[in-house]
Design a protein around this ligand. Structure first.
Ligand code: EPZ
Length: 417
């Protein structure tokens, strides 16, 4: 198994170009199943979750050509509606093919995603909502057997809880349902807006009618299109924290700053110096890091996908900070590893008390999930000496060329077998 060696401590200095968004690309790739015409996607990140989604689509009969960050998908002869456990278990977003397959074939057999390090990852909200579009389903031996005997029929749905994946699944399914669908209490992450823009550019009829409600008129066919996916706001946020925690000086490029306004405001409160331009952010870390309390929340709140990263920064603050993880039930897997590096973090349920004034010590570490693994790199960058991070396959799911990007701005980091 591969691991990363990180030799700290050093300040990051230079420019980092942000890749395309994993979490926008995944629902958009699933949504291509609605089309019988060619779709050309640009700016896709070459990360393992995207490769897994491509394999899943190919197993469903899609013809795909993936060259550098550009992908052509032809679903003209796509005719299978069975998504296997082997592909869905490693990438929970596989459940996103359920909506489009039902919209297209009226029946589908899709593996339940199964849990992961950060939580049980249920899909009850997806299934309850689909049943309001006329879908009947049974769960048999870990698979969702779903069918819509009369096709998907538009309806009114209020999500019981804000869910990114359920909102995406239903927006895709309703785009090809008969009649009108109104979804309310939707998640409004930027990746969902990007999905809606993609569907509308294909010819779907979707309109936001309030902050968290969307109205969809079903269509029966769409056009051939070319679409560039948005930037990865979590990757951008990760490198902003990297600059702050190493007292570095970074220019983060290829982004839309206003989309990460919450993260910018938070880092400014913590003491980083930030200058914003049209498609880049210039951040200079400050020796004095101020403590701040953080609560993760659905967009536009502070993103749960940056909670591990900001926790590393707050270990170096001038006093204790409190972090409340309000989205996932078990997203403190990085705490034990950070404590092995000298952090003093006390967790109680979904709350963490993060002591400040910590000097991280280099150590041998274990990655447990995608965002936890990158938080270990951030801590290792500030620790004198060599840290080793094992199980970095978690990292490869969501960060494109991370060693290359970090090396380019002065990090001493290498991948070893
Ligand atoms: C998406 O996951 C992201 N993944 C996650 O990013 C992100 O952390 C999460 O949204 C929250 O922003 C992708 O976009 C591929 P949810 P998703 O449905 O859709 C519960 C990363 O690191 N829930 O908004 O699975 C659920 O258990 C990943 O890139 C139900 O109870 O998140 C969680 O506690 C990690 N029933 C909460 O809702 C359901 O049917 C939010 O989940 C669905 C969700």
């Amino acid at each position: 198994m591969q691991k990363l060696e990180v030799f700290g401590a050093n300040k990051l200095k230079g420019q980092i170009k942000i890749s395309g968004s994993k979490n926008a690309s995944l629902p958009i790739l699933a949504a291509t199943l609605l089309s019988r015409k060619k779709v050309y996607l640009k700016n896709l990140p070459r990360v393992r979750d995207i490769e897994t989604m491509v394999s899943l689509l190919q197993s469903l009969g899609s013809k795909i050509n993936f060259n550098k960050n550009n992908l052509t998908i032809d679903n003209k002869k796509q005719n299978k509606n069975f998504a296997s456990y082997s592909l869905v278990k490693t990438m929970r977003a596989g459940i996103l093919v359920l909506g489009p397959l039902l919209a297209k074939f009226g029946r589908a057999k899709v593996s339940l995603p199964g849990g992961c390090a950060i939580g049980t990852r249920p899909v009850d909200i997806h299934l309850d909502a689909l049943s309001k579009l006329g879908v009947k389903y049974k769960i048999i031996q870990g698979y969702v057997h779903a069918k819509a005997p009369k096709g998907l029929i538009g309806g009114k749905i209020k999500f019981s809880k804000i869910s990114v994946g359920a909102t995406e699944n239903l927006i895709i399914a309703a785009s090809f349902a008969k009649g009108t669908t109104v979804l309310s209490n939707c998640a409004i992450e930027p990746e969902i807006k990007d999905l809606v823009n993609f569907l509308k550019s294909m010819g779907c009829n979707i309109k936001w009618i309030s902050k968290r409600s969307v109205k969809i008129e079903g269509v029966s066919e769409v056009n051939e299109i070319t679409y560039p996916v948005m930037f990865d706001r979590i990757e951008a946020g990760t490198y902003l924290v990297a600059a702050a925690v190493t007292e570095g000086n970074l220019k983060i490029k290829n982004i839309i700053p206003k989309i990460i306004q919450t993260e910018i405001n938070t880092l400014k409160k913590i003491g980083a110096k930030i200058r914003v331009k049209k498609d880049e952010i210039h951040i200079v870390g400050n020796k004095k890091i101020k403590s701040i309390n953080i609560k993760t929340a659905p967009y536009p709140g502070f993103p749960t996908d940056l909670q591990a990263q900001i926790m590393v920064l707050l270990c170096k603050a001038n006093k204790q900070s409190l972090i409340k993880e309000d989205i996932f039930e078990n997203r403190f897997m990085h705490v034990a590893e950070l404590n092995r590096m000298g952090a003093k973090i006390l967790t109680n349920g979904n709350k963490a008390k993060v002591s400040g004034n910590i000097r991280f010590e280099a150590a041998e570490l274990m990655a447990t999930d995608l965002r936890a693994s990158v938080s270990l790199i951030l801590a290792a960058l500030t620790a004198k000496g060599k840290s080793v991070i094992n199980r970095i396959y978690h990292l490869d799911r969501g960060y494109e060329n991370i060693e290359k990007k970090l090396k380019k701005v002065g990090a001493k980091i290498r991948r070893v077998n």
